[in-house]
Design a protein around this ligand. Structure first.
Ligand code: UTP
Length: 207
């Protein structure tokens, strides 16, 4: 079973968390041992955000800010590869690829291209809400959504450093390619494992 995981920089690297990265790498090795074909896309987290903000102040263009963001995602991917050691050859680990999107979009495109059975978006909130749960205490979490509903919630505007739970390009690809997607709170690794194995994960299922 092919699974693509978008692992938020917000959880592995804000600030950089070697203990989490080690435990995540152990989960990936275990899943590989159980027969899952894994593709993992790593987010930029605080490093990306701080550098993009600084670059903006220094007069960098949006494109150049995206280049800097991509570099941050690759640094974080390199940490995960370090933790995986020789296991890294058993799966695909990547960061950002092209300008104008986030790593969620990289993951959605990979899932579409390789016809993955499942896309996991592991982030630092419990799922997709009707408002930002970090700013709005009454925000309501969805247990399930159609991809049309996701598109409406996410909107269509992108900017470098965008912090939406699923980026608009990813939402568009999920909708177009009909990729089953689960948005989970990845701070607890068991949520990721449960989402992959069809057990209770507390997140939002999009199909
Ligand atoms: P992230 O994927 O980390 O953004 O990319 P995010 O959603 O804000 O992060 P987390 O994972 O939830 O913390 C960071 C930035 O890198 C650039 C964009 O500017 C993005 O905001 N980027 C990333 C690209 O331009 N292209 C890519 O393929 C990936």
């Amino acid at each position: 079973m092919k699974v693509v995981i978008s692992i938020g920089g917000s959880i592995i690297a804000s600030p950089v968390n070697p203990e989490y990265i080690k435990n995540f790498s152990k989960l990936l090795s275990k899943l590989h041992g159980e027969g899952y074909k894994l593709m993992v896309v790593v987010g930029g987290g605080r490093l990306a955000r701080e550098y993009i903000e600084a670059a903006k102040k220094l007069g960098a263009s949006d494109d150049y800010c995206d280049e800097i963001g991509i570099a941050a995602t690759r640094m974080n991917a390199m940490l995960l590869i370090s933790a995986l050691g020789s296991e890294a050859k058993n799966m695909q680990v990547t960061g950002g690829t092209e300008l104008g999107q986030t790593t969620d979009a990289v993951a959605a495109k990979l899932a579409g291209k390789h016809r993955a059975r499942l896309l996991i978006i592991a982030t630092n909130v419990a799922g997709v809400y009707d408002a930002d749960p970090n700013k709005n205490k009454t925000a309501k979490k969805f247990d399930s959504l159609t991809s049309e509903q996701l598109l409406k919630i996410v909107g269509r505007k992108y900017h470098p450093g965008l912090a939406a739970v699923v980026d608009p390009i990813a939402a568009e690809v999920i909708h177009r390619s009909k990729i089953k997607t689960v948005v989970v709170d990845g701070r607890k690794l068991e949520n990721i494992e449960n989402a992959i194995k069809g057990k209770r994960h507390g997140g939002t299922v999009i199909e």
